[in-house]
Every structure is written in structure tokens, then in C-alpha cells.
Ligand binder design. Structure first.
Ligand SMILES: Cc1cc2nc3c(=O)[nH]c(=O)nc-3n(C[C@H](O)[C@H](O)[C@H](O)COP(=O)(O)OP(=O)(O)OC[C@H]3O[C@@H](n4cnc5c(N)ncnc54)[C@H](O)[C@@H]3O)c2cc1C
Length: 450
């Protein structure tokens, strides 16, 4: 979204007093909630995550002063979810840090309902049911219900020894199990699976990762970047089983005995299932809204019903000519802000540049942009544990970049790439691969290149 003022750059950085800075002059849509009479029904925000918090900040930043009811299923205020597989596991913190700006907490017009679940949505009558009983009439409603971790319900398993990670309560349950005496099996070598592998190894646990693909991070990163992460995990003592399927599970006093399709057996005290997530669409479904790998939206984040918007991990929206569902912290924030501002009368397009990061040991991984099908991937080695992958269209236009390196060392490249991707700049693959040539000096506008 051009001109988004959302901050901070990533969790852990100090938060400003307001999530959204003052906005540019408005171009009003046909109707607006900003001047909604105070007696009107409230705007209801469903979901207690990052996206919901940014939506409320977006509403207020556009001048909507009416009542807001914020319905949050979890018992604690919206918090930094990404830390659950990282710092929080190694900390003694009672809970992850809150993401709600102080002025929203102090806002008397925001009625925060913790430990409360929206159970039914009647879009025709603009009514939402809470905890199966209380009904609230709304003037507009946002679904920011996030996603839930996909689980593996295998026969023979002892559910007490199998865990998925989505909520602070999951992380609190996991934390004491990560110690030098524990044998941990992680199913799934995606970003969260590998972050958990790093956290478990750093706590001294014995770790085996089971993955059905023949390499890690196959859904999100090219092999050259993923291989650096894999090598580090192996050096740290993580064992991997690639191309593996689970043929059976037996639970006994020794732990969970997992039999792989190859016949290999692994015994674990705890099995962490990290095989992706499923969007929370049940409320949208109860209202008969269109669903397509998430709550289906238009480019302004409206659902198939004009009074209902959605944002964050629960939704799919048009970007770069296709419907996408993004599961990343920054996207959840940006989409929340856009949805909130649009609910207040703006007509902003969700034209965002997706970005994610992951931390594993001292390695930082980042990805920016939406790699298109059939793109060329060009690699540049930066050091023993560091590389960039440039995703280029046939004419050499930069569409996405991914990288890995110690700490935040690749951040400066991702930052440079942001403007070049936005501008549609082109470069020569031979220069990008050549360690003796400047990466960025050769980028130029497409028109000059052709
Ligand atoms: C362990 C973990 C690590 C991650 N690490 C990274 C990372 O390093 N980098 C990155 O870019 N992204 C990361 N992510 C992804 C990022 O955290 C999410 O994309 C982001 O939190 C999504 O925000 P959201 O507000 O859309 O959904 P959520 O944060 O899932 O919040 C949705 C909330 O709505 C509540 N809810 C659902 N249904 C209802 C209902 N009917 N009534 C009331 N409340 C309801 C849920 O309980 C939940 O509290 C990570 C995610 C996880 C789980």
C-alpha cells in the first residue's frame, strides 16, 4: 500500500504511540462510517490478533469516533505471535508482549471482550452472536480471525505428547519440555518447524525433523538459500528425515514410537506438528460469505457482503493478478490497517509487497515480493552462511528477493530491493551472480534497458 505508515519494522522494535500516523486527505467512497452518529450500532472487530489491532488503529486514524466492540477469543490482549517460536521459548516471560498501542487500550469507545468467541454471523440482519448467546447488532464488521495450525490426527498417538503451535498457551506448554533430557520430533521442515528445531537444540534437546518433501523450506525458499539453513541445522546436531511419511504411531511408557514409511523408527517425548495452517473461516461460512482458500475479498478487502471486511491470515485477496492468502506478520498489519481505513470510508487498494522473516540460531532469513510462476532465480553468494536469490521475469525485471545471513546482515539488501521491485527495475543475471560486481549499481528502469 503506497504511503502506509505502519510501524515498527518488526516485532521487538519499540512501538510508537500510534500504530498509524496522520493520514493524507481523504478521497471519500460513496458512504462513510467516519461521521456515523454515536448512537449507531458499533463496528465489530472479530479476532484478537495483530491484524485486528491495526484495523482499529486504521479506523481511528481516519476519524471514526463511533463505538467499537473488539471480540477476542484468547484470554489475553493481542500479542506478538512470531515470538512464540523464537525468543519467547527461551525467555522466562509470563506472556508475549502486547501489540496494542496504549491509546487504543485507554479509548473509552473500544469495548474489548477477551475470552469471548463470535459463534454465528447473520449478515442479512447485521447481527453477530457471542459465546452462543449474546447478540450484537453492528453497522460494519471485520473478520480478522487468523488461522489455526494444521494437525495430524494419527491413530495410536497420545494427544498429550503431540502439540501444534499457534497460541501463547501452546508455547507456554511447550517451553518446559525443551531441555537436555527431551527427545523432540518435529513434523514439517517449513519456517516454523525449523525455528522450533533451533529453539529445541538451543535448549539442549535431541531433535529429529521429519519432512515429506526432499528438502526443507520447499514452499518458501529456493534450494540455494534453504541449503544454508539446512547445513547450519545439521552442524547444530539436528537430524533430518526427508521424503518421509509416517506409517504408524505407538504410544507407550518410553514415549511416542513413530514408524516411518521407510521402516525407520524414532521415539519421542514430544512431537511438534508444524505442517502449515488452515484459515479460520467458520464464522464467514456461517454467514454464507464466499470462501476460496480463506475469506474471499476484493482488492479493497471487502467480503462478498458489503458490510463485512476481512484482513490477515484468514483472508484471500487479489494481488498481482491472482488470489493470495499471506501468512506473515507484516501482511497482517498492512491488511488490517487498509481494511480499517476502508471501513471508515476510504477506498484503498491492498497493493502490498509481501515480506516475511524468520530467525534460526543467529541466521536471519527474509523474503520480499511475490515470486511469479516461471520466473528465473539467480543466486549470489555473500559469505559462508549468506546468500541472496533474485527472482526475475524473463526480461530481467526484479519481482522478488530472498536471502539468508548472520543476524540482520541481509536487511540492507532487502531494503534496497524494495524500491527496485516497486519500480520494475531490471538487471543482468550475469552481473547479479558475479561476486566481483556491485549488486545494485546495475539495476536500471525497464524503459532504459529495452
Ligand atoms: C509460531 C508462529 C511464528 C510466526 N513467525 C513469523 C515470522 O517470523 N515472520 C512473519 O512474517 N510471520 C510469522 N508468523 C505469522 C504471523 O504471526 C501471522 O501472519 C499473524 O500473526 C497473523 O495475524 P492475524 O491477526 O491475521 O491472525 P492471528 O494472529 O492468528 O489472530 C487471530 C485471532 O483471532 C481469534 N479468533 C479466531 N476466531 C475467532 C472468533 N470466532 N471469535 C473471536 N476471536 C477469534 C484467534 O483466537 C486469534 O487470537 C508466525 C506465526 C506463528 C503461529
Amino acid at each position: 500500500m503506497a504511503g502506509s505508515t505502519i510501524a515498527p519494522a518488526r516485532p521487538g522494535a519499540p512501538r510508537p504511540a500510534s500504530t498509524c500516523a496522520p493520514c493524507p486527505p481523504r478521497s471519500r467512497a460513496a458512504w462513510s462510517m467516519s461521521d456515523w452518529p454515536m448512537a449507531a450500532d458499533p463496528i465489530v472487530i472479530i479476532g484478537g490478533g495483530e491484524s485486528a489491532a491495526c484495523a482499529i488503529a486504521g479506523l481511528r486514524s481516519e476519524g471514526y469516533r463511533g463505538p467499537v466492540v473488539w471480540v477476542c477469543e484468547e484470554a489475553i490482549h493481542a500479542y506478538e505471535r512470531p515470538t512464540l517460536s523464537k525468543q519467547f521459548l527461551g525467555s522466562g516471560d509470563a506472556r508475549p508482549s502486547s501489540v496494542i498501542p496504549a491509546e487504543l487500550l485507554d479509548d473509552p469507545g473500544i469495548d474489548i471482550r477477551l475470552d469471548t468467541r463470535a459463534t454465528h454471523l447473520d449478515a442479512g440482519n447485521r447481527l453477530v452472536t457471542l459465546n452462543g448467546s449474546e447478540q450484537i447488532a453492528y453497522s460494519g464488521l471485520l473478520l480478522a480471525t487468523g488461522a489455526e495450525a494444521r494437525d495430524l490426527d494419527l491413530p495410536g498417538r497420545n494427544p498429550a505428547r503431540w502439540l501444534t503451535l499457534r497460541r501463547a498457551s501452546d508455547a507456554a506448554r511447550l517451553r518446559p519440555c525443551l531441555n537436555a533430557q527431551s527427545r523432540i520430533v518435529i513434523v514439517g521442515a517449513g519456517l516454523i518447524g525449523l525455528e522450533l528445531a533451533a529453539a529445541a537444540r538451543m535448549a539442549g534437546a535431541q531433535v529429529t525433523v521429519i519432512e515429506s518433501q526432499d528438502r526443507p523450506l520447499a514452499r518458501v525458499l529456493p534450494p540455494a538459500i534453504a541449503d544454508i539453513a539446512l547445513a547450519r541445522h545439521r552442524r547444530m546436531g539436528v537430524a533430518f528425515q526427508f521424503g518421509a511419511s509416517i506409517a504408524g504411531v505407538e504410544s507407550g511408557p518410553e514415549g511416542e514410537r513413530i514408524v516411518l514409511g521407510s521402516g525407520a523408527e524414532i521415539t519421542a517425548d514430544l512431537v511438534l506438528v508444524a505442517i502449515g495452517s488452515v484459515p479460520r473461516t467458520e464464522l464467514a461460512e456461517s454467514a454464507g460469505l464466499a470462501i476460496a482458500n480463506g475469506v474471499a475479498l476484493d482488492a479493497q478487502l471487502r467480503t462478498s457482503h458489503p458490510d463485512i471486511w476481512a484482513s490477515g491470515d484468514c483472508c484471500a485477496f487479489p494481488l498481482d493478478g491472482r488470489m493470495v492468502r499471506l501468512e506473515s506478520w507484516e501482511a497482517a498489519r498492512l491488511l488490517g490497517e487498509i481494511a480499517g481505513r476502508n471501513m471508515a470510508g476510504r477506498a484503498l487498494q491492498a497493493d502490498i509487497l509481501p515480506w516475511f522473516w524468520s530467525d534460526q540460531y543467529d541466521l536471519g532469513i527474509q523474503g520480499l515480493g511475490l515470486p511469479p510462476d516461471g520466473a528465473t532465480v539467480v543466486h549470489r553468494t555473500l559469505g559462508p552462511d549468506s546468500a541472496l536469490a533474485f527472482v526475475l521475469c524473463p526480461e530481467g525485471r526484479l519481482r522478488a528477493i530472498q536471502g539468508i545471513g548472520p543476524e540482520t546482515s541481509i536487511a540492507k539488501h532487502i531494503k534496497r530491493a524494495r524500491q527496485f521491485i516497486r519500480d520494475g527495475a531490471v538487471s543482468d543475471p550475469a552481473i547479479l551472480q558475479d561476486a566481483d560486481q556491485s549488486i545494485w549499481a546495475a539495476f536500471r528502469p525497464l524503459a532504459v534497458a529495452s
